[in-house]
Design a protein. Sequence first.
Length: 215
Amino acid sequence: MLPPGFGLVGEPVVTVEFIVMSELAWLAGRGYSMLQVRFPAAYTGERDQVAGHFLSVLWENLADPIISGREELGFAKLWCELPPPRIMGDRVTCTASWLGLADFSEAAPRMPAYPGLGEQRSVGTLHYKYIPQTGEWGKAAVAHACLQPPAGKPIVEKLRVGKGRVNFHSTTWEQMPTQFHIVQALSALPILEQREAWCVESRGASDLSQQCTLA
């Protein structure tokens, strides 16, 4: 699942994250939702050697951030339906056909860190910008590693933690013609254990303008 220059590092912990964005100035106060899948990795290039959490795929439910974030920033974005989370008592359920989180309790406000890097220092979110060459299928017009360093000053207003449960359901070309290969790759990952889940309410997200290229 890793592009050129990347390798696994630390524990094989896959983090599945559902994010609801609201009151965004660049969308005139509107918002959208995201579902992302990431795991610990390191990039080794001619100039840069860094470790972080590789963002392998990012689903969103609005065309504007998909277009701008994919073509400008290079995130591996796709569209899907992401209805608002359902909250009933100590259960929070997020759905994109295959995701579920449950059994939460109140905790002291903090911004949870992505797990798995161990003693490695994370520089932020690692990902790979790939845009195909027009008319030459299988070739890239743009292909290079990217880094989104930590930015903004998020203020955590509420945190709930609990035991998470994630399931990737197998699909077919007939059911998802444009995305089945992605879902199949994720569903083929062996689930060794289910780890902590968290539900964070915060303000002050970054506009991602700190994006940079790795070499």
